[in-house]
Design a protein around this ligand. Sequence first.
Ligand code: G3P
Length: 216
Amino acid sequence: MKFFIDTANLAQIKEANDLGILDGVTTNPSLMAKEGIKGNDAILNHYKTICEMVDGDISAEVLSVTFDEMVAEGKILAAIHPNIVVKVPMIKDGIKAIKWFTDNGIKTNCTLVFSAGQAILAAKAGATYLSPFIGRLDDTGYDGVELIAQIANIFTIQGFQTEILAASIRNPLHIIKCAEAGADVCTCPLDSILGLLKHPLTDIGLAKFLEDAKKM
Ligand code: G3P
């Protein structure tokens, strides 16, 4: 399973990248706004900086919702760097745009996926990735991880090549459960990635080893 970090914060991207386990980055308009990135030039520059920091797929989201506008915007985003993946919302024009990008050799990430039916459409359109939002489904009382398992099962049966990118990850258990359920990628906040490191018995064991090492 690939690990992406889900943030536009450069310090957090660097920290995750320095671990040596990072395969890519996802962003969205909310994450970009949180970093105070405003204006077209600043947005494009920020994506360029991220592409120069991380050797992997970098999702950059279109801000329009019509086919023509999404294609125009996606072309500009894709021109920033070969690793840019154009992130497109799961709407009717979005599916059309994904098909256009696929036919024109531009990688896509279909975002805001909340059902297996939406996943099938994105896969049929040839999306490189599709992003089911696990945490937001959990928030509504549905099991987000079950959706990952359902989509993974369908894709195995049907031979769809689209990669399942589990998004809206909120904690380390989400990552483990998504790995079990067949996610190809987990995009996670830094805290969730670092949370995987933690176990009290590791800390106790290391303290004891270090103490005993003084007697060696
Ligand atoms: O990757 C999508 C993610 O950024 C959404 O996360 O926590 O806002 O549901 P969240």
